[in-house]
Design a protein around this ligand. Sequence first.
Ligand SMILES: [Cu+2]
Length: 506
Amino acid sequence: MKFNFLVITLLISSVIIAGCSAASSESGEHEAMDHSNMTNMEGMDHSNMTDEEMEEMNMENGHASHTNLVALNNSTGENELAIPQLIEPKDGVVTINAQQGTTEIFKGVQSQTFGYNGSFLGPVIRVNEGETVIFRTKNELAEPTTFHWHGVDISGEGDGGPHQLLGPGAMEDVKFTVRQGASTLWFHPHPEGSTAEQVYKGLAGLIYVEDNNSKNLNLPKEYGVNDFPLVFQDREFTVEKQFDYQAVRNDDGTIGDTLLVNGTINPKLTIGKEKVRLRLLNGANARNYTFKLNTGDKFQQIASDGGFLNSPIEMSKITLAPGERAEIIVDFSKYDTESDIALLNEDDAILLPFIIDEQKTNPLQISTSLNDFAVTDKERNLSVTKKLELFGMGKMVYINGKQFDMNRIDFSQKQGDTEIWEIYNKPDAMGGMIHPFHIHGTQFKVVSIDGNEPPVNLQGWKDTISIEAGQTVKLAVKFNNKGIYMFHCHILEHEENGMMGQVEVI
Ligand SMILES: [Cu+2]
């Protein structure tokens, strides 16, 4: 206990120190920025805040800065991990129903939950590049929802943003052709004002896109055998073992002490003595996860949000902010059945213990060339045409000084044109916090972070990028379809509090 406390204290201090130094080194540079297309800038320096607002901000800051003050309990490994059902289009159609029901998360107790095609969470939908698919969506909830396809290259109309609200009982066919490469994407609701709560209660599922490349590569690809989806979500339960979202809601991101992986509490995963592919999704409302092995051994990252990296990258840990994904390969062939091996969080909380089976398979030589991703010289030399400034905490979160308005289009962009979006996370007097920035309907390229080439595991397709206070990132953004798309912070409570804007692709 004392040790944990010390670690947390050190973490907080280092975040504060890091925040401050980032703020001071950045401020000069950004005074020179052209913010002529921004309005309400004075709102950003807190000068027009009331005392009450300032007090709220200070209080929020106590929770704040993403130091994740509520620690995660260790997984005891009591329960075998649930593996979501894998579904594929039948005659081109995939049926997806948003439902409510009850789920036995804790033994002998029924918790009220939401799910897709079931009472809790959703299936994995597997589609192929080039395939034309109809997602036949139905809202069987007692409240409005939408079906948003996070990371999917799809028209604005089909994207399932706040404009595509489906009332209780309503159905909608979303037809699109899969025009992107192999990737691990996901889907969740996006109704204005209740996204965070609906996700919290269990609305989230995965989409696997496969292509000729992914089918031919030497990679573990047997679903539920050596290729596993892992959806990480922390939750807070009442004494009655229910979700009471409104009671635990936090304006800077609702976190909990209890981890669910694929909806399983205290999970363990039994695997063979072989190389295993883990498709990680941070499906939390707000918590960042930093994954590492308890042995200190390295693993290989093979994919980012939107597809394969060019080659596997050796990593000893990987951080994912809410909305981000990564695929990693862990080599279990070097361990034996007695090995004590687990996936840990940064603070050493046990996320997922592994049980190694006797079973041995032929050693797999992982392909070394996976993709041909590149930021081109042309893209690198494009000038910035969209500037976004993220700022604030709690209820006072802004993009370019504004909060979300469904009737306001913030930007427009031409279909097929690549533009450079520059996103600056402006620190406040207290340091500021990380905002995971997500753009709908596209996969973008990270051109630079604070003027430097991004780390090698961000040199791949992304749809969500974690931006630290004081950081400036440049993204090369192209939309292949038309329509209205959201861009927002993927801390779902920030999104809900207005940290969201709209780009119209014409
Ligand atoms: Cu945010």
